[in-house]
Design a binder for this molecule. Structure first.
Ligand SMILES: *[C@@H]1O[C@H](CO)[C@@H](O)[C@H](O)[C@H]1NC(C)=O
Ligand SMILES: *[C@@H]1O[C@H](CO)[C@@H](O)[C@H](O)[C@H]1NC(C)=O
Ligand SMILES: *[C@@H]1O[C@H](CO)[C@@H](O)[C@H](O)[C@H]1NC(C)=O
Length: 349
């Protein structure tokens, strides 16, 4: 029923807009320009994608001052994956109609010159969003970096600056420099200290590597990962968040109360699927304790979706008290077809 209502609302919007651009400034173009691009067969109107080119993981989704933000791994040069990837950026007031902004984070510095890979946003006290993302540095090592909006009064957060002390995390012992990426949204413990997990592979175990920080700038490695899995290959895009056992409402990442369970999700690169398990969080010992075995690489592991769906990430929508899941769909065309149709990849929620 809900789907039907959404579709009706959507088609009304399309009819009202009459296929015309609804916004345009120097950096802003509307979804509807898309409708005139006749050389893009099969292009979806409903699911999110930029006007053209390659897209993969969703990054740093959030709600800020009346606006939903979605960043995504994007190749500005064409419809195939490129080793140089940037953070594309689009905003929406309703999660249906999107305004495409200029790229938010692009390779410019020694700590990200070879790519700006996936990451997440965390909203710090005082309603200050910050981004943690993976940079591929001059030596092709994966490091974690911090970026902040330049102007918090701009609800579109069009301009981003990188912290001058980057990188803030480098591959720890036992983790190869090309197996360390995709920081999650951080959460704050009762002790006021921030925690975040980074995906990786350590001694052949897929790991959610745990870091802690008092100020979000200086991070120290916790000696044990939050959780790990055998036989899974590297964990990409770990996501860790509370869910209520009493209500259908979503729960913000740093909420601490009784009647919560926790979801841990990891994207297993070798399988190209997103796996999750539910359990509890032992904050004292910094451990995730699954209710039953999960993320083991066995065929019993639970998947978010049994079709094509990868590198997903959730965020808490404070407007509607819900948690929204975004994921990347590689629609499986050949690279030659992608080049011909000028786009590849969509985001679904
Ligand atoms: C890949 O990125 C480089 C810039 O780093 C660009 O010059 C090149 O055209 C891109 N190639 C494709 C196929 O996207
Ligand atoms: C910050 O954003 C606000 C709202 O968009 C705008 O009015 C203001 O001029 C911006 N400030 C700077 C320094 O760009
Ligand atoms: C996309 O899907 C196709 C078909 O399943 C697969 O061959 C290709 O490797 C995938 N590409 C990526 C980047 O996952």
């Amino acid at each position: 029923m809900k789907t039907i209502v959404v579709c009706v609302v959507y088609f009304c919007c399309v009819l009202l807009s009459n296929g015309k651009e609804v916004h345009e400034t120097s950096h802003i173009v509307s979804l509807y320009r898309d409708r005139s691009q006749k050389n893009q067969p099969g292009r979806p109107y409903f699911h999110f994608r930029p006007l053209k080119n390659w897209l993969n993981d969703p990054n740093g989704p959030m709600y800020y001052k009346g606006v939903y933000h979605l960043f995504y791994q994007y190749n500005p040069y064409g419809a195939i994956f490129n080793t140089t990837i940037v953070w594309g950026h689009s905003v929406s007031h309703d999660l249906v109609n999107w305004i495409h902004l200029k790229n938010a984070i692009v390779p410019t510095k020694s700590f990200d010159i070879n790519s700006c890979w996936s990451g997440s946003t965390t909203i710090l006290p005082g309603n200050k969003p910050v981004v943690l993302y993976t940079g591929v540095n001059t030596k092709n090592q994966q490091v974690q970096n911090l970026a902040m909006p330049k102007n918090l009064s701009d609800p579109f957060l069009k301009e981003w600056k990188k912290y001058s002390g980057n990188p803030i995390m480098t591959p720890p012992d036992g983790v190869k420099p090309d197996n360390f990426r995709d920081p999650s949204t951080a959460w704050k413990g009762k002790d006021g200290i921030w925690r975040v997990v980074v995906g990786g592979l350590r001694s052949n175990l897929g790991v959610a590597i745990l870091y802690k920080s008092k100020d979000f700038v200086h991070w120290s490695l916790h000696d044990e990962p939050l959780y790990f899995g055998k036989n899974t290959d590297i964990w990409e895009c770990p996501d860790f968040y509370p869910v209520s056992v009493k209500s259908r409402d979503g729960v913000d990442n740093s909420v601490i109360r009784i009647n919560l369970k926790y979801v841990l999700k990891a994207s297993f690169k070798s399988k190209s699927h997103d796996y999750y398990t539910i359990g509890s969080y032992d904050a004292e010992n910094e451990k995730f304790l699954p209710d039953s075995k999960g993320l083991t690489g066995s065929s019993l592991d639970l998947r978010y979706d049994y079709g094509k769906f990868y590198a997903s990430k959730t965020f808490f929508d404070s407007v509607k008290n819900r948690r929204i899941l975004w994921g990347w769909i590689n629609e499986s065309d050949s690279s030659a077809d992608d080049i011909k149709k000028e786009w590849a990849g969509i985001q679904v929620k």
